[in-house]
Design a protein around this ligand. Structure first.
Ligand SMILES: N[C@@H](CCC(=O)N[C@@H](CS)C(=O)NCC(=O)O)C(=O)O
Length: 185
């Protein structure tokens, strides 16, 4: 089994955390946009190859990892929707980051302004959730931790106005699978 990804992507980080938690054997293949364009129809990272099986999204990869390790994957609807919201936050933040690299900013596009506002409304809603302060963390909480860590690493948005989120991220930083997958360039 091979996981193709980068050491900076928050999507990839979540998969790497799940692999560390389950102890499954998987080769990590550091990859770039050229590799994803050649090998995955989504042209995104991560993707996972296990024999004939190709998985093209971090969500299906997470499900595969959890099921292989006989661990639950979103038995709770509440937790699943919170995961989706954290994922929406991640998509918006990464999308704005990618476009900014191409010189396109929210000032030039009402849709991107909406993406920017979406980051604020998602953060506000997520800051009101009850969050674990120690392991075990749910996949929703790991997803949220991954996007908060990425935002700090890339200096993309601040969440210092939400002390609960800062405390939560600091507690996750003490968790070995989270700490060992911290983004690095
Ligand atoms: N829905 C995908 C999103 C993955 C994603 O956006 N990955 C970024 C890297 S952080 C990427 O490869 N972007 C390339 C592109 O958008 O062309 C997932 O959950 O795996």
């Amino acid at each position: 089994m091979q996981l193709f990804g980068s050491y900076t992507s928050p999507y990839v980080r979540h998969c790497r955390i799940a692999l560390a938690e389950t102890g499954l054997r998987c080769e990590f293949v550091e990859s770039d946009a050229r590799t994803s364009a050649e090998r995955s129809p989504s042209q995104k990272l991560p993707f996972l190859q296990d024999g004939e099986l190709l998985l093209t999204d971090s969500c299906s990869i997470l499900r595969y990892i959890r099921e292989k390790a006989k661990q639950p994957f979103f038995p709770s609807l509440r937790d699943y929707d919170d995961f989706c919201l954290a994922n929406t936050l991640m998509d918006s933040a990464v999308n704005l980051f990618m476009l900014e690299k191409d010189g396109v900013t929210p000032e030039q596009s009402p849709y991107l302004e909406r993406q920017q506002r979406r980051i604020d409304t998602c953060l506000d809603a997520l800051s009101q959730r009850a969050l674990a302060q120690s392991a075990p963390y749910s996949d929703f909480e790991l997803r949220l931790g991954c996007i908060l860590g990425w935002a700090l690493f890339r200096n993309r948005f601040s969440f210092s106005q939400y002390p609960m989120l800062t405390e939560f991220h600091e507690s996750l930083d003490q968790y070995e699978p989270f700490a060992q997958t911290a983004p690095s360039s």
